[in-house]
Structures are given as structure tokens and as C-alpha cells.
Design a protein around this ligand. Structure first.
Ligand code: ATP
Length: 291
């Protein structure tokens, strides 16, 4: 059987994770407990999720020509993600997220770096790849002009567009109109539609609600597609797993409700394991879980 094709246009970051007993005060130096380099970025995470679940995935993004960039490309390649359209950028570093975890609390600084060097012209060069995709999967960790160009080209070729609108920001109405499915969490939904009339877009909304599952419109009514009750180890990347899984399920021709159920199952499996990309399940694991 031919694999469904998902094109992800988004961020590729290295997460620099420091674990310490406490946070230093201003001017103070303390010793930490652990340090980890973990591949991340919403785009790359969702690409890995989709690849593990059996899609042929094209990643469109940008990394620096530094060590992190090389490592991130290698790790995407190992997951079977096509990196031919990840742009190497010489004048700015690979994107990073500096994460400090202490006392169950985290503090995060994201430096977009090369992710913000992606421009609408880069997307124009990938028109053929977008045109041949079943689904185009987008997030908001790259310039909005790039997201708009991608949505526009996907629509031109009748390719379904999923936008995971994170991190939250108000969106131009035209972009919302071009997107087929929007997957905010409740906070992101409130930021996007704060001043807008949601009702005309309600049919496009799949709102993720953590362990509760997701709410989508069914027969004109908001309907909860319940999540799965699982032992929680680490919820990092649950949203990214859900989005990758939703894209794969829709590419395979599932209806939206069935695809949301598949997404809930994949995301539930991911929270039972440590790490964002490391915790993402394979297609077989989700099938077994749903039996
Ligand atoms: P994040 O940014 O942390 O990845 P998010 O805020 O984008 O997450 P959530 O709504 O927290 O997204 O989670 C996405 C989906 O993951 C949920 O709709 C659900 O299917 C699944 N999920 C999240 N947390 C749990 C949990 N504790 N138990 C089972 N499933 C969960």
C-alpha cells in the first residue's frame, strides 16, 4: 500500500534542558544536577510523530550550519523524514529552547534563530511537494508570512491544511479561512478568537483539552471525543503527537471523528513515556492500543 504523504512546514530546535534543585538568583552561579540535548521544535516533533505513524513525511524548515543543525538533520533522517527541503542557513544559529527544570517548574527561553530565516520564497520553491501531499501540517514557530504562503499554495492545489496555532497569537481572518482544521488548546483558542465571531469557523475547530480529549463539531453540536485514561509519565509533546497523528489519519481517509480518536490514542501513548520525540508511538503500537 502506498504511504500517505504529509508535508510539515515548521520549526526545528535543539532543546537544552538543565535540571537543577533551584533557580539561581540574579548574579548567582549554582551547580545543576543534569543536562540534556533533546531534538525539538513543534515542526520537527510533528514530523517525527507522523513518520512513526506510517506517513511519508517531507520537512520544510531551516537550520544553521552549526553542530546543532547537523545533529537535528541527522535525527530527522534517522526517523525517515525527508530533509531535502530543510534550508541550511550560514548567517544565524539553529533555533534553540533553553529549558530549566527545578522543583517541577520549568522556565523556557526560545531563540528562533534559523527558523525565522525561512521565507515565503522558500515555500514557493516547494510548491510541487505541497501539491503532491495529502495533508500540509503547520504551526506558528516560523514567520506568519511563511505559514500564510504555505496555506495559500496548499489551497491552490486542493491539499488539506491543518494549522496547530501554537504558540498562541491572533490570526488574520484570511488565514483562518484557508485552513481546513485548526487544532488549538483552550488557551490558544481564546487568544485567536478573542475578538472574533467563532461560530462561522466552529466546524474547523478541534480543541485539545489535555486528558479530557478533544472537542469537535458533530451534527452542529460541540462534541467531546474522550481521551484515554493512562498512567502519566511526561506530557511534553502530547499536542505534537496528536497533530502528527491527526494528519496521518486524515491522509489515510479517516473521517474527522475517527481521526480525532486515533490522535487521542497516539497522544495518550506518548504521555506514558519520557520525552517529546522519544515518547511518540509507532503505527503498530496505536493499533494494538485501540484493539
Ligand atoms: P503540549 O503543548 O504540552 O504538547 P497541548 O496543550 O498542545 O500540549 P493538550 O491539550 O495538553 O495539548 O494535549 C493534546 C492531546 O494529548 C489531548 O487532546 C489528548 O488527546 C492527549 N493528552 C494530553 N494529556 C493527556 C493525559 N494526561 N492523558 C491522556 N491523554 C492526554
Amino acid at each position: 500500500m502506498t504511504k500517505p504523504v504529509v508535508t510539515v512546514i515548521g520549526s526545528i530546535n535543539m532543546d537544552l534542558v538543565t535540571i537543577a534543585n533551584r533557580v539561581p538568583s540574579q548574579g548567582e552561579t549554582i551547580l545543576g544536577e543534569q543536562f540534556h540535548l533533546i531534538p525539538g521544535g513543534k515542526g520537527a516533533n510533528q514530523a517525527v510523530a507522523a513518520a512513526r505513524l506510517g506517513a511519508r513525511v517531507h520537512m520544510i524548515g531551516a537550520v544553521g550550519t552549526d553542530t546543532f543543525g547537523k545533529e537535528l538533520l541527522h535525527s530527522l533522517e534517522q526517523e525517515g523524514v525527508c530533509i531535502d527541503n530543510v534550508k541550511p542557513v550560514t548567517y544565524v544559529e539553529t533555533g534553540i529552547a533553553s529549558i530549566t527544570i527545578s522543583d517541577g517548574d520549568n522556565r523556557i527561553i526560545v531563540v528562533p534563530g534559523a527558523n525565522h530565516a525561512l521565507c515565503p520564497e522558500d515555500i514557493e520553491h516547494c510548491e510541487e511537494i505541497i501539491a503532491q501531499s495529502d495533508v500540509c501540517l503547520l504551526q506558528l514557530e516560523i514567520p506568519l508570512s511563511v505559514v500564510e504562503k504555505a496555506a495559500c499554495l496548499a489551497k491552490k492545489h486542493d491539499v488539506r491544511v491543518i494549522l496547530n496555532p501554537a504558540p498562541a497569537q491572533p490570526l488574520p481572518q484570511q488565514l483562518v479561512e484557508q485552513v481546513d482544521i485548526l487544532t488549538p488548546n483552550e488557551h490558544e483558542r481564546d487568544v485567536i478568537f478573542g475578538g472574533m465571531d467563532v461560530s462561522q469557523f466552529a466546524h474547523k475547530l478541534v480543541v485539545t483539552e489535555g486528558a479530557r480529549g478533544v472537542t469537535m463539531m458533530k451534527n452542529g453540536q460541540p462534541t467531546l471525543i474522550p481521551g484515554f485514561s493512562v498512567p502519566v509519565v511526561d506530557t511534553t509533546g502530547a499536542g505534537d503527537t496528536f497533530n502528527g497523528a491527526l494528519a496521518v489519519a486524515l491522509s489515510k481517509g479517516m473521517r474527522l471523528e475517527e481521526a480525532c480518536l486515533f490522535g487521542n490514542a497516539a497522544a495518550a501513548l506518548s504521555v506514558t513515556r519520557l520525552g517529546a520525540q522519544t515518547g511518540m508511538p509507532t503505527e503498530d503500537e496505536v493499533r494494538q492500543f485501540l484493539k
